[in-house]
Design a protein around this ligand. Structure first.
Ligand code: AMP
Ligand code: MN
Ligand code: MN
Length: 331
């Protein structure tokens, strides 16, 4: 951990009076958990805080205490003397109000995405950390702030989400150091897991049936692809939100090295989630090739004006050579 950088971030946050907290579009548990938690931490230090979100919190995450604080109003840069972007691998991930957020100074970036080039005035980017929530915990400590039960709950949910319940290779001793403290604050792992994973509506399960039926296998099972079309959402009364975690099913196949999920999105295009196992294939290499980003084992990108089949063929063509040479390379 770069103590000098943390000290500078602490200094800026201590001086600030009104802080905007932003995260990435289509926020996941790490994004929302980190944002709400840092909001609580800064409020406990007497700051005025706005938690900006481009869209309402999805029904999958509205159990997070404080999720009702997400404010959809476009931020007015002059009203803030500091902004923090959490869990955003690049500025575009902040969505259509990106320029307004970038107009606030200092802009502090706290993130763990590989390839984050640092779009802020101060950039704490550490790809070795399993979740932004882990980093927010350490920042709270550096700020000398008390972690409330609600804050601990949000940070715990952030870390569970991004580690796939402590299953991904990003999980480290640091992760357990932090979650131990959070559980000591009273967070009940079974309760959070219940909210995060046992959260299906009948419609969502019907969507899953349809999505799993689309399974296609390539390279003797090294690549597994599933997809969801707008028609499937319409038939089952669901939206893209309901597809959260579906990509873990093709990932769970024994021979699979890379799982791909191609999803119709609300903007009329396609969003792709990729997951790889272990150190065999770095999926950010494919995501970057198509303008996306992420982590070695979890990455994504978007396509406009192409069919599901075209996107599938493009991705499989990019993945083939990586998996052929597999695994020789350790990045
Ligand atoms: P997801 O598959 O949406 O859960 O995302 C996996 C990882 O890839 C997360 O860390 C995301 O922030 C990142 N990611 C997903 N989609 C994109 C995208 N279009 N551009 C950049 N990063 C992305
Ligand atoms: Mn995220
Ligand atoms: Mn994250």
């Amino acid at each position: 951990m770069d103590q000098l950088l943390i000290d500078k971030i602490v200094d800026h946050l201590q001086k600030a009076r009104t802080v905007l907290l932003a995260t990435h579009v289509f926020p996941d548990g790490d994004a929302l958990g980190s944002q709400i938690a840092l909001g609580n931490i800064l409020r406990s230090l007497g700051k005025k805080v706005v938690l900006f979100g481009e869209e309402p919190v999805s029904h999958l995450y509205d159990f997070l205490p404080g999720s009702d604080r997400i404010d959809l109003t476009s931020p007015e840069p002059a009203q803030f003397d500091c902004a923090v972007a959490l869990d955003c691998g690049d500025a575009e991930r902040m969505g259509h109000d990106m320029e307004r957020i970038r107009a606030i100074h200092p802009l502090i970036v706290i993130d763990h995405h590989k390839g984050n080039e640092g779009f802020g005035d101060l950039n704490w980017v550490d790809p070795a950390r399993a979740a932004t929530g882990e980093m927010v915990y350490d920042l709270a400590f550096a700020l000398g702030a008390e972690i409330s039960y609600e804050t601990a709950y949000c940070l715990y949910a952030a870390i569970v989400t991004d580690t796939g319940s402590f299953k991904y290779s990003s999980t480290t001793a640091e992760t357990f150091r932090v979650v131990r403290k959070l559980v000591e604050k009273g967070v009940k792992p079974a309760e959070v897991a219940g909210h995060l994973f046992d959260n299906f509506t009948v419609n969502r399960l019907r969507l899953m049936q349809e999505v799993l039926a689309t399974l296609e296998i390539f390279m003797d099972g090294k690549i597994a692809v599933i997809h969801v079309s707008q028609e499937m959402y319409d038939r089952t009364g669901t939206t893209q939100t309901d597809t959260e975690n579906f990509v873990n099913y093709p990932r769970s196949l024994i021979p699979v090295k890379v799982a791909v999920f191609i999803k119709a999105n609300s903007k009329g295009g396609l969003s792709v989630s990729m997951r790889s196992k272990g150190s065999d294939c770095d999926v950010t290499r494919v995501a970057h090739r198509f303008g996306g980003g992420g982590h070695r084992n979890a990455a994504g990108c978007r396509f406009q004006d192409q069919s599901i089949q075209q996107v599938r063929d493009l991705l499989v063509a990019e993945l083939r050579p990586l998996l052929d040479s597999a695994c020789v390379e350790q990045v």
